[in-house]
Design a protein around this ligand. Structure first.
Ligand code: PAF
Length: 276
């Protein structure tokens, strides 16, 4: 695996891959890699040469959030990536964000769901992803569906700016108990992690209620909120929307999505489920 730390060098590596008729398949991450990231890289490898970036992006954390404590483990990350035959690790310098004066925002999609609780988060995400796209110039880029709003926004950004990159969604990887795998799960002790598994269970019970005939958005939303409260979660939001995140649904249809963010033992968790 090639490790690249310079911006000009990364551009060169990507150009060289393309000159030899290879496709560049990009997985941006913030490191502390887990099974969810491995799945993204495995998917990326099906489309071309896997380039993975590791950068904990300060622009997407508010001052009161966990930027300083965000889990980091470069040594283990390098081993994981090299064991799964990643072509290139891009570990950008902090200069990548220094002195940035222009930012990407999206008032429509960012102003809801996560955006209400993390008002500058998506500006930070879109801006860093655009910067990384400009350096890596990928043919394909891979994003996990756990962060569904992020996926929708990045796809929209790629369309709005006519980027030559295809955004590929990748299914959420889950623990045995179906808790979505996330770097922040490492903040939990074993007992609390077990209890956090009730999060997905509440979403799944709601999807099952839909399957058994309940189509009212209000009733399904009340149901999931009740289940989450009973399991001890604090709720930031639980909303049923169309898959394009344009509107909340009064009458739920197949293909709509339930998105939720909860707080448990001081940790914030995100997850979602599609209605089938
Ligand atoms: O999903 C993440 O890990 C981050 O938001 C991303 C896309 C790497 C941007 O920093």
């Amino acid at each position: 695996m090639k490790t690249v730390t310079g911006i000009a060098e990364m551009k060169r590596v990507s150009q060289d891959l393309k000159k030899s008729s290879k496709k560049v398949s990009f997985v941006p991450t913030m490191g502390k890699l887990h099974a969810g990231h491995i799945k993204l890289v495995e998917e990326a490898k099906k489309y071309g040469e896997a380039v993975v970036s590791i950068f904990v992006n300060p622009m997407q954390f508010a001052p009161n959030e966990d930027f300083n404590n965000y889990p980091r483990d470069l040594e283990s990350d390098v081993k994981i990536l090299s064991d799964i035959n990643t072509t290139c690790l891009f570990y950008p310098p902090n200069d990548i964000v220094k002195n940035t004066e222009t930012f990407l925002t999206d008032p429509k999609y960012s102003g809801q769901l996560e955006g209400i609780f993390r008002p500058e988060h998506f500006q930070g995400v879109l801006t860093i992803v655009m910067k990384l796209f400009c350096i890596v110039a990928p043919d394909f880029a891979f994003f996990g569906l756990k962060d569904y709003q992020q996926y929708v926004l990045i796809k929209k950004m790629a369309e709005d700016y006519f980027l030559d990159v295809k955004i590929i969604p990748v299914k959420t990887v889950r623990e045995k108990c179906r808790l979505a795998i996330s770097s922040r799960n490492s903040y939990f002790n074993e007992g609390d992690k077990k209890a956090a598994c009730a999060f997905y269970k509440a979403l799944k019970n709601t999807a099952d209620l839909f399957k058994s005939g309940e189509k009212s958005g209000e009733k399904l939303t009340s149901f999931v909120i009740k289940e989450l409260i009973e399991s001890g979660f604090g709720i930031d939001y639980a909303k049923i929307m169309d898959k394009g995140l344009n509107a909340e649904k009064q009458w739920v249809e197949q293909g709509d999505i339930l998105l939720a963010a909860v707080r448990f033992k001081g940790i914030r968790l995100l997850d979602n489920i599609f209605f089938e």
